[in-house]
Design a protein around this ligand. Structure first.
Ligand code: ATR
Length: 284
C-alpha cells in the first residue's frame, strides 16, 4: 500500500524497460514487510535525474548502463572499492548532522560476483581466468582482488586485456597462450552467448575441462551455450542470475539494514525471466 510514508527506491539507466531489478527489489521489500517501492526511471541526462532523485527524497537508487561512470562526479562520497573500479551501481542518500542530504556511491557488482562464485568455491588462493576487459570485467576483477584470488585476463583486443591485467596486478593471457591455461575458475564477462546469438561460445569448448568452476554473467538465455558445454565437461557452473541476485541482495542490505530475502528475490527473478521471450539483456 503506497501512502505518505512510503520510502522511495529505484533504478536509473537508459534503457531500463528490460531491467529485472524492480521485480527483484519490490519482492524483497514485500517479504521484509517494508513500506517501500522501487521504480524504473529513464532520465535523458544523469545529472538532471540525480538532482530529481535528491530533491524528491529517494533513499536508495541503482545505477545502470550508461550512467555508472557519469554519476561519479555528482556524488558527495564514493566507496573506496567503487572508486578503484571506476563505476558506481548503487546510491545511498543519507542526512548529515545538520540534516543536509548527502549521497554516497557504491559498487555491489563485485560483491555480487564474489558471492555468486563463493557458492561453489573458496576464492582465497584460487586462480581465476576472466574473459573480457570491459566494465563488467573490471568489477569482477577488483572483487577477485579483494577476495585474494590469483587473476588471469584474456580479451579479444589484447591491448585492453593488458591494461586491465596491469590494474589488477594480474597476468594477461594471449590467444596463443589460452590453450595452456589451467585454473580453478573461468568467468565470462563478455556478451558472447547472449540472445540472439545464443550458440556462440567465448572460448573453445575443448578447453573447458581445464577449469573446475565456470561462471557466465550472461543471463538471457539462462543456460548459455558456455554453461551447457561446461556441464558436459564435468565443471560446476554458476549462471548469470547469480551475480545479478547477489549484487541486488547487497543493495537491499545497504539500503534497509536487513538481511536480504535471497530465496524470494531469486524466485522473483526467475519468474520474470521465464515470462519473457529470450531477449537482449545486459546490466541490472
Ligand atoms: P561491459 O560494460 O558489459 O563489460 P564493454 O565495456 O563494452 O561492456 O566490454 C565488452 C567486453 O566484451 C570487451 O572485453 C569486449 O572485447 P573487446 O575489448 O575486444 O571489444 C568483449 N566482447 C564483446 N563482444 C565480443 C566477441 N564477439 N568476442 C570476444 N569478446 C567480445
Amino acid at each position: 500500500m503506497i501512502n505518505g510514508t512510503t520510502r522511495l527506491f529505484g533504478i536509473i539507466g537508459n534503457p531500463v524497460t528490460h531491467s529485472l531489478s524492480p521485480v527483484m527489489h519490490n519482492a524483497a521489500f514485500a517479504a521484509l514487510g517494508l513500506n517501500a517501492v522501487y521504480l524504473p526511471m529513464q532520465p535523458k541526462d544523469p545529472e538532471e535525474g540525480y538532482r530529481g532523485l535528491r530533491a524528491l527524497g529517494f533513499v536508495g537508487v541503482s545505477i545502470t548502463v550508461p550512467f555508472k561512470v557519469a554519476i561519479i562526479p555528482l556524488l558527495d562520497h564514493i566507496d573506496p572499492v567503487a572508486d578503484k573500479i571506476g563505476a558506481v551501481n548503487t546510491l545511498l542518500f543519507h542526512e548529515d548532522a545538520q540534516g543536509a542530504t548527502l549521497c554516497t556511491g557504491y559498487n555491489t557488482d563485485w560483491i555480487g560476483s564474489n558471492h555468486a562464485l563463493e557458492t561453489e568455491i573458496d576464492l582465497a588462493g584460487s586462480t581465476v581466468l576472466i574473459l573480457g576487459a570491459g566494465g563488467a570485467a573490471r568489477a569482477v576483477g577488483f572483487g577477485l582482488v579483494q577476495a585474494g584470488a590469483t587473476i588471469l585476463v584474456h580479451n579479444r583486443t589484447e591491448s585492453k586485456g593488458r591494461r586491465l591485467a596491469g590494474q589488477l596486478d594480474a597476468t594477461c593471457i594471449t590467444a596463443k597462450e589460452l590453450v595452456d591455461v589451467r585454473a580453478d575458475v573461468l568467468i565470462n564477462t563478455t556478451s558472447v552467448g547472449m540472445a540472439p546469438d545464443h550458440q556462440a561460445l567465448p572460448i573453445d569448448a575443448k578447453l573447458l575441462a581445464h577449469f573446475s568452476v565456470v561462471m557466465d554473467i550472461v543471463y538471457a538465455p539462462l543456460q548459455t551455450a558456455l554453461l551447457r558445454a561446461a556441464e558436459a565437461c564435468g565443471c560446476r557452473t554458476v549462471d548469470g542470475t547469480q551475480m545479478l541476485l547477489h549484487q541486488g541482495a547487497a543493495q537491499c542490505t545497504l539500503w534497509t539494514g536487513c538481511e536480504a530475502p535471497l530465496a524470494v528475490m531469486r524466485h522473483a527473478l526467475l519468474k520474470e525471466l521465464s515470462s519473457r521471450d529470450i531477449s537482449p539483456a545486459t546490466g541490472t
